[in-house]
Design a protein around this ligand. Structure first.
Ligand code: BG6
Ligand code: MG
Length: 213
């Protein structure tokens, strides 16, 4: 087989949290009287929370904000977002994703998460995947966000594999770049696939079984 491990992004790959992110950022932007729409929301895919805030503030014209105020705003957004995450359940994990993960594992592949999110452990618990993956590398163990390769290099290290033996699965263009920067092959779904960012650009998650051969 071409790969020994697969490193999955979480948001937009294993489950969908787009709408929750959108609603939370929209509430914050409305409070700041700055425009925010789904086009801007799409640019936040794969981007860390603080870097996302900078994008949300691009059209902000109010009084200058200190670093402390920005941190408070990001925390406020996260509190709204976490309220939505509490409503997630095992119903937010599709049969297609779960069955494909099980099939890939049955073929002897190590399965890991490589996510920019600090909420990754909470989301995995909500959708019934706590303890499922061989390793979780997320926003809590990195200092550089995608497209920096750190999150994927850490995931590879956690499962004891060389980057060349790992396949990354991503829905964000910045995430696909991070995978390539890590020296890994990348299979894309969703937005990144539409942009042709991967070595494979898939129309469904189950096609991963063909990618690994
Ligand atoms: C990524 C999302 O997975 O995590 C981004 O695609 C998000 O939209 C980032 O900004 C950070 O998430 P969190 O949960 O740490 O705020
Ligand atoms: Mg994603």
């Amino acid at each position: 087989m071409q790969f020994k491990a697969i490193i999955f992004d979480l948001d937009g790959v294993i489950c969908s949290t787009d709408e929750y992110h959108y609603r939370a950022w929209k509430a914050l932007a409305d409070k700041l009287c700055t425009p925010f729409d789904r086009v801007i929301n799409n640019r936040l895919r794969g981007v860390s929370r603080m870097a996302s805030l900078e994008i949300v503030l691009e059209k902000y014209t109010g009084p200058a904000l200190t670093d402390e105020e920005k941190l408070a705003l990001a925390t406020e957004k996260n509190e709204i977002y976490r309220e939505s995450l509490k409503e997630m359940s095992t119903a937010d994990l599709s049969d297609e994703v779960k069955n494909t993960l099980d099939a890939l594992r049955a073929r002897g592949l190590k399965l890991a998460i490589g996510s920019s999110s600090k909420n990754a452990p909470f989301i995995l618990r909500q959708i019934g995947l706590e303890g499922y993956f061989d390793a979780v590398s997320d926003g809590n163990n990195i200092t550089h966000s995608k497209p920096d390769p750190e999150v994927f290099l850490k995931a590879a290290e956690f499962v004891g594999m060389e980057p060349k033996d790992c396949l990354v699965v991503e829905d964000a263009v910045s995430g696909a770049e991070a995978g390539h920067n890590a020296g890994m092959k990348v299979a894309c779904v969703g937005d990144a696939a539409k942009n042709g960012a991967g070595d494979w650009n898939l129309t469904s998650f189950r096609e991963l079984e063909n990618v690994v051969g």
